[in-house]
Design a protein. Structure first.
Lengths: 283, 312
């Protein structure tokens, strides 16, 4: 009897402690995001008030309207979407085929290919940037979106290969063998059997690739120059440098710039989590 | 790693005849499928890596006309530069602190979410909130914290109201605070990745381990140290090594928050390399600096790959 009450009491104490911890954690993790959202709907003058206001005294969507009225700012978004979507398409193309080869074929230097795929992820972007600068100029791709697409694929393809190989390995070989026994080519086996069966994996690789491409900063900063070729992360910083007093508009751009990844995450949370963990830990 | 080795390719009667032909054909097909990847990796990875090593031994490149071979001179100059040595040390501090705090926060949050004391909906909701920082790209993270940590910003106001500080703090431009501020922002932005992986790991620990320990009368601390930590260790090690490599190479957060300043107080190898290349136009020196970072990363990566192989 006495043991159950102690246990009950200690569990209550545990629960109280847990909720306090969760509360602190939620403020730490969530408050900055909330502040971003609140600041984006305040007039700029209100952001400069000290002491600061928490809820907006004057609610306004002017900052958002300003962005949608500016061709230059919309161009940042168009560039980011273009680059990210092309990178996703090309990465999936290369990653699915390479994952198929690694999962279903034996070939000379297979171990080496595997090791290279894993280890290229360790090459620092800043180290690659200097030769890229020369290379991209030489290929006449400097200050084009193609410079970004090509360089992003170096980071996204290895991850896609690891994930796709893992997914294909979970699909029974008998399924695609059956196509080949019926006289179908290996390409047909891949396209008609493996790709449909690996759809969750493909979705998760696509979402992750989109996120990497959408977020990239260093190459976008250094390999493009004109404002019409800037992506969102660089564009925001440019505007910040030029008129650093437009906080509400910066925050509105930040909200708009974060929505694609947030939406992807909320929709594909499960695949995202398992995919990321698999990519990181079972690599 | 892959399960492909278990199945023989074909029933083999004549080891040299049809088998080798089949083997070659299968190899050719495989390389056909690998060709887009190999092309990208050759042009955008192998060639650039060779180039950067070559650059690092030349007097200057890209903008220079009459370039000459100088051997290891660039590396000697680099190591003689007190700012580079400072950057090396600060890269170490930045990386180790970030990884440790990512792990501590990630594990704490993951264990709170996995405690089993929460209603399902609350658990899902808190999980989304805790993951939020990870949704923002580095350039947005930095702008957001510049607003929050502004001398007239909300954090200074709250700290002042709570009497924790007497005057408003310049978090970014005070040389003795800048590195800590940058690390804090980096920790905030990076812990969710740890949390997600550790949460998956926690959910994979068989509950009968805990039940058995509870029957033995093991306390909370004992269960944590003798079950949770050992069970999570493979994930912790793998994540820590990956995170170590990533933080070693962290660029946008530091560059955008402080640019390496004030007075080089937040200079790391990444920002040092970038400034050499793109403000001083010393591309050879920058290549040498980039090679140093590459070598350090490669050593950690080697440990990572060996660890992964040992687990398979």
């Amino acid at each position: 009897m006495s043991t159950t009450t102690t246990r009950g009491r200690s569990q209550t104490a545990q629960k109280v402690g847990l909720w306090i911890g969760l509360g602190i954690g939620a403020v730490f993790a969530g408050f900055p995001a909330l502040w971003m959202l609140l600041s984006s709907i305040k007039p700029n003058t209100e952001i400069f008030q000290y002491p600061p206001t928490f809820l907006p005294e004057t609610f306004t969507l002017d900052a958002y309207a300003g962005i949608f009225a500016s061709g230059e700012k919309l161009r940042f978004f168009a560039n980011s979407y273009t680059v990210a979507l092309v990178v996703v398409a090309l990465t999936l193309f290369a990653g699915i085929m390479a994952g198929y080869a690694l999962s279903r074929f034996q070939f000379p230097f297979k171990g080496l290919v595997n090791t290279v795929v894993i280890s290229v992820q360790a090459v620092p972007p800043i180290t690659l940037l200097i030769p890229y600068f020369g290379l991209v100029v030489w290929l006449k791709l400097y200050d084009t979106l193609w410079a970004l697409i090509l360089t992003y694929m170096v980071a996204t393809i290895p991850y896609a290969i690891l994930m796709m190989t893992g997914y294909f390995n979970t699909i029974p070989k008998e399924l695609d063998e059956a196509v080949k026994v019926d006289g179908g080519s290996s390409l047909r086996a891949l396209w008609q059997v493996l790709v449909p069966a690996a759809r969750p994996g493909i979705v998760s690789v696509g979402a992750y690739t989109f996120m990497v491409a959408w977020n990239e900063f260093l190459f976008a900063l250094s390999l493009t120059q004109s404002r019409s070729n800037r992506t969102v992360p660089v564009g925001i910083q440019l505007l910040m440098g030029e008129h650093s007093f437009q906080w509400s508009e910066m925050m509105a751009m930040s909200v708009l710039g974060s929505i694609p990844v947030l939406v992807l995450f909320l929709f594909f949370q499960r695949q995202f989590v398992s995919g990321m963990t698999a990519g990181a830990v079972k690599a | 790693m892959t399960a492909t080795t278990t199945r023989p390719t074909a029933p083999v009667r004549h080891p040299t005849g049809p088998r080798s032909r089949r083997w070659w054909r299968s190899g050719l097909t495989a390389y056909g499928y690998l060709s887009p990847t190999l092309l990208v990796m050759l042009v955008m990875m192998a060639v650039p890596v060779v180039m950067v090593f070559a650059y690092s031994t030349l007097s200057n490149v890209i903008i220079a006309r009459d370039t000459e071979f100088v051997g290891l001179d660039n590396f000697v100059t680099l190591l003689g530069d007190p700012i580079f040595r400072k950057a090396l040390g600060q890269t170490g501090v930045f990386t180790v602190t970030s990884v440790v705090l990512h792990l501590v926060l990630g594990l704490t949050f993951a264990m709170m979410l996995n405690s089993g004391l929460l209603p399902r909906l609350a658990s899902a909701l808190f999980r989304v909130v805790f993951i939020l920082p990870w949704v923002f790209t580095a350039s947005i993270v930095v702008i957001l914290w510049q607003l929050l940590l502004n001398p007239n910003g909300v954090i200074n106001y709250v700290l002042q109201t709570l009497n924790l500080i007497s005057t408003r703090v310049e978090w970014f431009s005070n040389p003795s605070l800048a590195l800590g501020t940058v690390i804090f922002i980096n920790v905030w932005a990076g812990y969710p990745f740890f949390m997600i992986s550790l949460l998956a790991g926690l959910q994979g620990i068989p509950s009968d381990l805990y039940e058995a320990a509870a029957i033995d009368g093991a306390g909370w601390r004992h269960r944590f140290l003798s079950i949770t930590i050992p069970q999570l260790m493979p994930i912790i090690l793998a994540m820590a090594m990956l995170d170590f490599i990533w933080n070693l190479q962290q660029f946008p957060i530091i560059f955008l928050a402080t640019g390496g300043g004030p007075l080089n107080a937040t200079e790391t190898i990444s920002t040092y390399t970038y400034n050499l290349a793109f403000s001083k136009r010393q591309f050879s020196m920058a290549s040498a600096s980039g090679v140093v970072l590459f070598v350090i990363s490669a050593i950690v990566a080697l440990f990572y790959v060996r660890h992964q192989k040992a687990r398979d």
